[in-house]
Ligand binder design. Structure first.
Ligand code: AHG
Ligand code: MN
Ligand code: MN
Length: 365
């Protein structure tokens, strides 16, 4: 086998920094710390039950729920610790926020504080841990507000409530058959595969792009009775296949690890939906805006796809809460735009069981 010259993540970041000659290198150092946390999580995932990291923590049920009232797995807790421990020391961060922490995380006063905020879901798809199916980590880098940088004060929730357009970098790590890191620093999307011998992320997927069209969709169909009309219409039309209004057959996937679905869509196109539904009126969606929807949204849009709430572009949503949930639709541009159009004309499809009605002008506004 001939060896092939490949770039490492470090080399890629140096190359990207050349666009900003005055940059200090803090940003790159932060991303390398995040990559280190991901490598540590990959190792824990790979050892699985051998090191006893699977399952729920052996604690009171009341304390093993996270702020969202969801069950915390041991690996959720371990992954969160890797993120905080590997990134707090470098002096690049003003603070952090995580799915697994109720309030913002303060950089200890004994350490230096910096100008960036790190927001993350340390382990996404954690219902898959015990069954050895792909999980991942999601992260987003924001600039801390000037008042925080100048004073070095503790961070508060409001400091993190920035729309997705403000993200400086976003990415995910995927702990699958291979470990991958997929990253955008605002100049396209690059995918790196972990070489376990070198312990390095190697650039294997430069310029990842999402095809504009697709014949594959992902949605948790067990919620179908709670869906709103535009989503019912879209899915029914896909299911009707060649004989329906779309005139082509669709395939369906549901992994229940959004990172894995995002990766599939970045590799070959597709559309992912976790829309608003009527299942629980207190939850305007399943996924969280700041550390799930926004990083995926930035990656997908940097790759030429589209991310939306169904009603507005995801990256323009002004957050009002750290752990806010949001409806999420992302993937191939033409499909996401179609779903947005269906949301603008909800009365076009009064009866979900009769897809052909959608084509009849009688039922349109
Ligand atoms: P998390 O494990 O961080 O709580 O996120 C899981 C998310 C997402 O990855 C996935 O798409 C979705 O929840 C699965 O939800 P269902 O169990 O409703 O299918
Ligand atoms: Mn998640
Ligand atoms: Mn999680």
């Amino acid at each position: 086998m001939t060896t092939r010259r490949r770039f490492t993540l470090t080399q890629y970041l140096i190359e990207q920094r050349r666009r900003f000659p005055s940059a200090s290198g803090d940003f790159n150092a932060l991303l390398l710390d995040v990559a280190l946390a991901c490598k540590a999580i990959a190792r824990s995932v790979a050892f699985g039950e051998l090191t006893g990291v699977l399952g729920n923590p052996v604690v009171d049920v009341a304390t093993s729920l996270n702020v969202q009232g969801e069950e915390q797995k041991r690996l959720d807790v371990i992954s969160n610790e890797y993120f905080t421990q590997m990134t707090e020391w470098g002096g690049h961060l003003a603070g952090m926020a995580s799915e697994e922490m109720d309030a913002p995380y303060q950089i200890p006063e004994t350490l230096q504080r910096g100008k960036y905020l790190l927001v993350f879901d340390p382990l996404d798809g954690s219902s898959n841990i015990d069954v050895n199916v792909t999980v991942g980590s999601l992260f987003s880098v924001l600039r801390a507000p000037p008042g925080v940088i100048d004073s070095g004060r503790d961070v508060v929730e409001a400091d993190f409530l920035q729309p997705g357009t403000q993200q400086l970098a976003a990415g995910y790590a995927l702990y699958g058959p291979t470990t991958m890191l997929v990253l955008t620093v605002g100049n396209g999307v690059a995918g790196f595969t972990l070489d376990p011998n070198l312990g390095q992320f190697m650039l294997t997927h430069p310029n990842m792009t999402v095809p504009a069209d697709t014949q594959e969709f992902a949605i948790n169909a067990s919620n179908s009775r709670f869906w709103e009309a535009p989503v019912k219409r879209y899915v029914d039309e896909c299911l009707a296949g060649k004989t329906g209004p779309r005139g082509k057959d669709f395939n369906m996937r549901w992994i229940a690890s959004m990172v894995a679905e995002a990766h599939r869509i970045l590799m070959r196109g597709g559309v992912f939906m976790y829309p608003r539904d009527t299942k629980d009126a207190s939850k305007p969606g399943r996924l969280r805006l700041l550390y799930e929807a926004n990083p995926v949204g930035m990656l997908i849009e940097q790759a030429g796809g589209r991310a939306s709430t169904g009603r507005e572009p995801m990256l323009q949503v002004k957050p009002h809460q750290l752990h806010q949930r949001i409806p999420l639709v992302f993937g191939s541009k033409n499909e996401v735009e179609r779903i947005e159009r269906y949301h603008r004309e909800p009365n076009a499809y009064p009866d979900a069981r009769t897809p052909l009605f959608a084509e009849r002008s009688l039922f349109r506004d």
